[in-house]
Ligand binder design. Structure first.
Ligand code: KG4
Ligand code: ZN
Length: 335
């Protein structure tokens, strides 16, 4: 079965073609980052309009590069939520209409399920059951993933998502958007030990997380040094490192507890923040000690992409799921 996947929940237009026998046949991604950078974050209306401009040319490109005509597509998967309503409607409208025109089924995909399943696109991907840490710009979740569609919540952020905290810290230091990769790059030049930031909610039991206090602590540190304009390059790097260390340690501690609680042997880490090298290194070391194997998406599939939606859609279609004719999205949608 060949499934066309469409992602348009935020600021990336992603398209991919997945074949259940042969794997990924093609994909394309257009990032709107440059357009939103001038505003310091995603402007929803501009995002929707750009998805309208990009989506059909990207679909044509993916099909033509894969040497695949529309008659060889067996289903269309689109991100139906969570995300920006207008942006989601573009992908859902185009996906639903194409499927109708081609006479094939369409299937709505939960964006976070796309992230969750992205590591399964790798050659040596994990099998169910596994514990999953999903860390993106909008979510920080720990789940017990028993089987496709059977995801039991273990914990979540009670305030900001981990990626959101990276983005806000970057903004405080004038690093621009998106902040995660920029904070991570700056942290490489930081001097360890100059600052120590708190590891929120790790001193009491439980798997919920919090990143808002860490963000405020970072702001206070910047203000103690005279404000963002007064920071030297070294100050910025030291703050980036202290923030990243605290965020990463918090996630590692929560993962360790989740593995203890479930007794699981496999941990999946996905979503934009799973690209973070410090997180990968510390998690790998902590989990190796417990005999737990950690699975990540390939670096290209950590942040938003069409491949994860095509893949999740293929599994859902194979399980018999179908979308009705009305074009519906769910901007808020618990996993
Ligand atoms: O999964 P994603 O592309 O979009 C959402 O579903 O939200 O995640 C984007 C988030 C942003 O907050 C971005 O700053 C963060 O992932 N991110 C990173 C890194 N790369 C992306 N955070 C930390 N380190 C990175 N290397
Ligand atoms: Zn995402």
């Amino acid at each position: 079965m060949r499934v066309l996947g469409i992602e348009s929940s935020c600021d990336e237009t992603g398209v991919a073609l997945y074949d259940t026998e042969r794997g990924l046949l093609g994909q394309a991604l257009f990032s709107q980052i440059d357009m939103h950078a001038a505003y310091g974050g995603v402007v929803p209306e501009l995002a929707s309009r750009d998805h309208v401009r990009r989506l059909l040319p990207l679909i044509r490109q993916v099909l033509s590069e894969a040497g695949c005509g529309p008659e060889q597509v067996d289903g269309v998967a689109f991100t139906a939520g969570p995300g920006l309503a207008g942006a989601l409607l573009v992908g859902a409208g185009v996906g639903r209409a194409l499927a109708y025109g081609w006479g094939v089924p369409a299937v709505p995909v939960h964006h976070m399920e796309g992230h969750l399943l992205a590591p399964l696109l790798e050659d040596d991907g994990p099998a169910f059951p596994f514990v999953a840490l999903l860390v993106s710009g909008g979510h920080s979740l720990l789940l017990d993933a028993r089987a496709l569609g059977d995801y039991r919540p273990l914990g979540e952020s009670v305030d900001d998502a981990a990626g959101e905290a990276f983005d806000k810290v970057a903004k405080m230091m004038g690093l621009g958007y998106p902040g995660g990769p920029r904070v991570a790059a700056l942290a490489e030049k930081g001097l360890p030990g100059r600052f120590r930031f708190p590891r929120p909610m790790t001193d009491r039991p439980g798997l919920d997380m919090s990143f808002s206090g860490l963000k405020t602590f970072t702001l206070n540190t910047i203000n103690d040094l005279g404000g963002a304009e007064a920071l030297s390059d070294q100050d910025r790097a030291d703050i980036a490192l202290a923030f990243q260390d605290a965020a990463v340690d918090t996630l590692v501690i929560k993962c360790r507890r989740a593995m203890e609680k479930t007794g699981g042997e496999r941990l999946v880490v996905a979503g934009g923040v799973s690209a973070n090298r410090a997180l990968r290194e510390k998690l790998d070391a902590a989990m190796a000690k417990r005999g737990v194997r950690v699975f990540y998406p390939g670096l290209a599939y950590c942040t938003d992409n069409g491949a994860m939606i095509a893949y999740a859609g293929a599994l859902r279609l194979a399980a018999g799921e179908r979308s009705g004719l009305p074009i519906a999205v769910r901007p808020r949608w618990p996993l």
